[in-house]
Ligand binder design. Structure first.
Ligand SMILES: [Zn+2]
Length: 178
């Protein structure tokens, strides 16, 4: 994959996971990986945003971190800014994250006040691949991009992004660094 910035200087190959459920179980699908580079949506991250997300994800390890990001909507979503938020999940922060309604509202207001779009949510998967869980799917909102950072043994291993399609299934997005 070519979206890992060179500062990590590791061309991380993403393990190929069999995402599909058996025939006939389409309704319960959680995500669709891009096949042969066919992405329906694209994200462009500033190097600084990516760097800050990684720092956050590694600092909260082995718990999940979470936050939001802002930028400009377009054919390619450009992400200029991120805000680290508190994981407000009460009991299972190693496996779950939750963003409080207040934090969402503040993020919306910040976007409005700064002429930016609130484009999505990032969170980390400690010692797990950057693929959405059923829980992630259940919590997800339409429109938002969901960036997931896989943090293995405290270090960011890879990052992927997902967006719900009309059927509520996560479609993988292409990430580039601008
Ligand atoms: Zn998750």
């Amino acid at each position: 994959m070519d979206f890992i910035p060179e500062e990590t200087s590791q061309a991380v190959s993403i393990p190929h996971i069999q995402a599909r459920k058996p025939e006939g179980a389409v309704a319960s699908e959680v995500y669709r990986e891009a096949l042969q580079g066919q992405f329906r949506h694209q994200l462009a991250l500033s190097p600084e945003v990516l760097h800050l997300m990684k720092i956050h994800a590694e600092a909260t390890y082995p718990n999940e971190c979470c936050g939001v990001f802002f930028g400009k909507e377009g054919q390619v979503r450009e992400i200029h800014l991120m805000q680290a938020l508190e994981n407000s999940h009460q009991s299972q922060q190693q496996k779950r994250f939750e963003i409080s309604a207040t934090d969402y509202m503040k993020a919306e207001r910040f976007a409005l006040e700064n002429g930016l779009d609130l484009l999505g949510v990032y969170h980390s998967h400690p010692d797990h691949l950057a693929i959405p869980s059923v829980h992630d799917q259940q919590q997800a909102l339409p429109f938002f991009s969901y960036i997931i950072l896989s943090v293995i043994n405290g270090k960011t291993d890879h990052i992927r992004s997902w967006r719900l399609d009309d059927e509520g299934v996560f479609d993988e997005e292409q990430i580039s660094i601008y």
